[in-house]
Design a protein around this ligand. Sequence first.
Ligand SMILES: [Zn+2]
Length: 189
Amino acid sequence: MGLFDTIHFPKPIPCPECGEEISSVQTKDFDCLMGNYYVGSVLRGGSILKGIVTEEIWCEKCFEAKRESRHPIYLVVWNSILAGIETTEGAAEQRLSAVDRLDLVGWLDEAQRSAADWRGRFFQLLGDIEKWHMHLAHQTNPEEGEGGKRMAAIFKLSDEILQAQDPLGALIAQHRENAKRDGKPRGWW
Ligand SMILES: [Zn+2]
């Protein structure tokens, strides 16, 4: 099967040939279920508990220019957690020996922040869908009582959405943008 996982770098790694910034690598070393891994992620399905996994970054620019387009990188794995991504074996070994409890606390903090962030985005989306539902119900029942009108006024989508040519499309676009607002590729797009 042609499936793979994507490992996202904490900061882009420049291509050693041309300097092009490379922000991720695709790997078949782990689950191969289109997963997204970051430093601090538990690597599922990998056979390595602790050690260094070699991978290759791929530079599209160098590939197109028919230069050497593959360069080694080193994934540092500590108790099945992706603990670092280094460009030299020496740096990877150093990173592996330096992992400590403070790293764990940092990863836990990041994971909890991320979970809270996604929870917030989910409820924002749910709220907007409920508002859209209410908007449609209100449209088909203009004779509803004062209470209904008041509720519709309180739980109203923004004018920007309601006045768009395709309000539902605008709502989807807004949430799609919201899903990548931190600049990192997340999920499926
Ligand atoms: Zn390059």
